[in-house]
Design a protein around this ligand. Structure first.
Ligand code: HMG
Length: 389
């Protein structure tokens, strides 16, 4: 049986954030609607020099510290804020990381589901090639538009999973149950850099997919809530995951229900401050929970992945012995705590400074260059990326 799983987890977000209370005040909304009703405290704000490529490369760099790059065979990047309709963003990422040309690089798209598809492919690959490694990354800038209901659920960031056949953090079990339904709950036409969301309908589809899959998972595996130590969800905003968790809580005794709730809180700590990072959101919840140190070695976790449109999957994973020594909570908290707060006017300016959807050259504002990689601009229709220094 395969032992494949996750060896290292890297994370990156932008260097700026918006306080949800400031946004609420500016939009004439009670702040508690955002901080309690939706459950978000802050959201990372991306200047145009930070996109799915630079964030993915930064998260991968974080995961690869001290690793032998020669062992990497593939870079698989799940994103729904891709920068080209043809070329995979992973090709730029490979170049920025200095990986050799023999590495295979692909982009996977199905709304927020992309990183789960990358992970599944990585599991198959490393199971057949012991000793080899694959980077499965989810990276996005979530944009709904100024003054839209979705605005409170934006964010930006990336999570990179370094996968191997002898993982040091998490073994991924071969028990996935998945489904696809055609639903117009959320999508982004190619002419737009913002998503269209039917917000309330999207939460209904999400919950319905979870109910269907959780029932199927239990029926077909014989497992129940009591077989798990924690439940993790795709978190477009923390209240969404809480609504799904409530279904599981009904099936758990009060003591275990309290444990699930506490662990859910821990899993949403990073996401409440970074916002929706689309493809990487489930894996940001994973990182947030693991870095809270609440779970013991051997713990079994259920993961629910959801991508609008819609694709959903439930699978489980088991924590490896010594897993905590592979995590970097201080570094990741520093990345979140180190962001500079922007006022609403500056956020609105940055939101509107988006590369044009026409052949004009474009320069990114150098004052916002930050992080290890950046887009400097667009020349002759080609994106110009560079590493810091
Ligand atoms: P809205 O319609 O402005 O908010 O937008 P609302 O009126 O539904 O209120 C939200 C909650 O705040 C409610 O709680 C209110 O009661 C509460 P609930 O009933 O849901 O428990 N509330 C208050 N609480 C405390 N004090 C107050 C107060 N006022 C109200 N004063 C919505 C909310 C999420 C719809 C909007 O932000 C949106 O459209 N977001 C984008 C879509 C989205 O995130 N959907 C999630 C499911 S789809 C998904 O997860 C996939 C996705 O990640 C994309 C992908 O796959 O690529 C989005």
């Amino acid at each position: 049986m395969s032992e494949a799983g996750i060896d290292r987890i890297g994370f990156a977000t932008t260097s700026l954030f918006l306080d949800m209370r400031d946004l609420a005040e500016s939009r004439g909304v009670d702040p508690e609607k955002y901080t309690v009703g939706i459950g978000q405290l802050e959201q990372s704000v991306a200047p145009s020099s930070q996109d799915c490529v630079t964030l993915a490369a930064a998260a991968a760099k974080d995961a690869l510290e001290g690793e032998d790059l020669e062992k990497i065979d593939m870079v698989l990047l799940g994103t729904e804020s891709g920068v080209d309709a043809s070329r995979a963003a992973a090709v730029y990422v490979k170049q920025l990381l200095g990986l050799p040309d023999r590495v295979r690089c692909l982009e996977l798209k199905q709304a927020c589901f992309g990183e789960t598809a990358a992970l599944a492919w990585a599991m198959d690959y490393v199971s057949r090639r012991p000793g080899r490694k694959v980077l499965a990354i989810g990276s996005d800038v979530a944009r709904y538009g100024l003054n839209t209901p979705g605005e409170a659920t934006q964010g930006a960031g990336a999570v990179a999973l370094l996968c191997s056949s002898d993982p040091k953090i998490l073994k991924i079990e071969d028990d996935s149950r998945f489904l696809t339904v055609l639903a117009s709950d959320f999508w982004r036409p190619t002419y737009s850099n913002c998503a269209i969301a039917r917000g309330h309908y999207s939460t209904e589809v999400y919950l319905e997919c979870f109910s269907r899959l959780w029932k199927q998972y239990k029926d077909e595996t014989g497992r129940s809530a009591s077989d798990f130590d924690a439940f993790l969800f795709h978190l477009p905003f923390s209240k969404m995951g809480l609504k799904a968790l409530r279904e599981v809580l009904k099936e758990a005794d009060p003591e275990r229900a309290k444990v699930f709730q506490d662990r859910f809180e821990a899993s949403s700590a990073y996401g409440r401050r970074v916002g929706n990072i689309y493809s990487g959101s489930l894996y940001l919840s994973l990182l947030s929970l693991l870095e809270s140190s609440l779970l013991e070695e051997g713990s079994r976790i259920a993961l629910f992945s959801y991508g609008s449109g819609a694709e959903a999957e439930i699978f489980s994973a088991t924590l490896r012995e010594g897993y905590s020594s592979m995590l970097s909570p201080l570094r990741h908290l520093a990345a979140i705590n180190g962001r500079r707060k922007v006022e609403v006017a500056e956020y609105e300016h940055l939101f509107s400074d988006f590369p044009p959807a026409n052949p004009q050259d474009y320069s990114c504002d150098e004052r916002y260059f930050a992080g290890p990689f950046r887009l400097t601009g667009i020349r002759e229709c080609q994106r110009q990326y560079e590493a810091e220094g």
